[in-house]
Design a protein around this ligand. Structure first.
Ligand SMILES: [Zn+2]
Length: 324
């Protein structure tokens, strides 16, 4: 299904839909099991990188398989969307629409404002012919999207959102209010330190900007990218078993919980799944040096990811029970 109904219900209900990226079977199994068990609508996200890594045709049929698998798990009417994450060209978005994706993102946020509008509009006009919903982006996130760290000037400008949404016809809007891509969302210099634990405390999200945007576009679906919380237990587990992830830091879950209650109706989580998987594999490898069957270490990795997805759905996004 596309995101239209999912988002309308999420905005009205004060919760957010999880958007989880997948690149492989174990991640997909964990996502589908978590969504089916909690009866949560879910967005399966495929990035350009995932298409390059796993093959775009294979990913598309894996997503189709995910719907059948969800039904087999006893979820009678699965609410699953297949979404392109960070489409960077009309051609890529068109390819995904033609392949059967139910939603695409065109991220032209690095282009000048008018060019962002023109490209987004072109994708919307094509996608809507096939009832495929389109996410656009306004403002620049730190991390993968940009080498420059998030500063005030990179936040989405609330005064632009009405014009942008009206002229592009996009169905949802990814905004920049201080979230960031990756497992190193902030430099230690941008953070303060907890005097007791020595852990980094990231700067708070710009809720004032979010509220301004909500006032301009009442009820319009807002999306947050780069919203992993980088659980310290996984960072510690990685580091304990031979990893080296110094100063990895994410967005505190309390802030995401607060955002989910607002017009934010889609929250993207990718790094937390990578961390859960790697932490579980490192632990298993260290404790079982004789194992060489990938199923032996991928099984606990899958279980750890599933636990993490369920936690996000129930305790952060509040989307459990919304797709009975
Ligand atoms: Zn993103």
């Amino acid at each position: 299904m596309n995101t239209r109904e999912m988002f309308a219900k999420a905005v009205a209900g004060g919760y957010a839909i999880p958007a989880f990226n997948f690149n492989n079977m174990e991640q997909l199994q964990a996502i589908v099991q978590a969504a089916a068990e909690t009866k949560s609508p879910v967005i399966l996200q495929v990035s350009k990188g995932a298409r390059n890594y796993a093959n775009s045709t294979l990913l598309r049929y894996m997503a189709e398989g995910a719907v059948a698998y969800a039904k087999e798990l006893g979820w009678e009417h699965p609410q699953i969307c297949l979404h392109l994450d960070h489409g960077d060209s009309f051609e890529l978005c068109k390819d995904c629409v033609d392949m059967g994706f139910s939603s695409v993102m065109i991220d032209a946020s690095s282009l000048p404002y008018e060019e962002n509008i023109a490209l987004t509009k072109k994708v919307v006009e094509y996608a809507h012919q096939f009832d495929v919903t389109v996410e656009a982006e306004l403002g620049v996130l730190a991390g993968v999207e940009d080498e420059v760290s998030a500063a005030e000037s990179h936040y989405t400008k609330p005064e632009e959102v009405i014009d942008f949404a009206t002229r592009t016809g996009c169905d949802s809007l990814a905004i920049s209010i201080g979230t960031s891509h990756g497992a190193y969302k902030f430099t230690p210099e941008q953070c303060t330190r907890d005097p007791k634990t020595g852990r980094l405390i990231p700067p708070p999200l710009a809720f004032d900007v979010l509220h301004e945007i909500e006032k301009k576009l009442p009820g319009f679906p807002i999306v947050l990218h780069g919203s992993s919380s980088v659980p310290q237990e996984y960072v510690d587990m990685c580091n304990k078993y031979g990893g080296n992830l110094p100063n990895a830091v994410g967005i505190p879950e309390e802030q995401l919980r607060e955002a989910a209650k607002s017009a934010v109706c889609k929250i993207n989580i990718d790094s937390d799944s990578r961390l859960a998987m790697t932490a579980a594999i490192r632990k298993h490898m260290a404790e079982n040096p004789s194992h060489f069957d990938p199923r032996q270490y991928l099984k606990p990795a899958r279980e750890e990811m599933k636990k993490m997805y369920i936690h996000k759905i129930v305790n952060v996004l509040g989307s459990d029970g919304k797709a009975e």
